[in-house]
Design a protein. Structure first.
Length: 155
């Protein structure tokens, strides 16, 4: 009797598939879809076209009103408000540094602020307060400060 019970148990297990050599493969799970390609980085905005005539005198007046408190009246980075800043304001009269920068770069810094070009976020964006023509006037004035003088394309 004991033998019959043992044989019945083995047959029952075999019928259920437990321990059989023919294991059933689990259902195939579809592979996840490939990740979506990364969106291309936004291209920096190009500076608007240069106005027909730049007014250096108007640019100087705007610079004295909005920029000199940090950058100093002659662009030496020695304005009274700039003394407390870290990093210190750019020296616009340093031709070795400033002359290598494009007019479009200077325009963007003034319009969008320092953070827009990887510089200090302490340099405020003036695009909300100044028109594009006024910004180009400031760029023209800043170009007049460099020693050695700037000899590249005129803003």
């Amino acid at each position: 009797m004991r033998r019959n019970r043992l044989l019945g148990g083995v047959l029952l297990l075999s019928a259920l598939g437990c321990g059989s050599a023919e294991e059933k493969a689990p259902p195939a799970v579809p592979a996840p879809p490939p990740p979506a390609p990364a969106a291309p980085a936004a291209a920096p905005q190009a500076a608007p076209a240069l106005p027909a005539a730049r007014d250096v005198a108007k640019g100087e007046a705007t610079y004295q009103q909005l920029c000199a408190s940090c950058h100093g009246p002659r662009g030496a980075g020695d304005g009274p408000a700039g003394q407390a800043l870290d990093p210190k304001p750019a020296h616009h009269n340093d031709g070795a540094y400033m002359n290598a920068l494009s007019n479009e770069h200077l325009f963007r810094v003034i319009k969008e602020g320092g953070a827009a070009v990887g510089k200090s976020p302490m340099m405020a964006p003036w695009g909300g307060a100044l028109s594009d023509a006024q910004i180009w006037d400031v760029v023209a004035f800043v170009r007049s400060l460099a020693e050695p003088p700037y000899t590249g394309p005129k803003p």
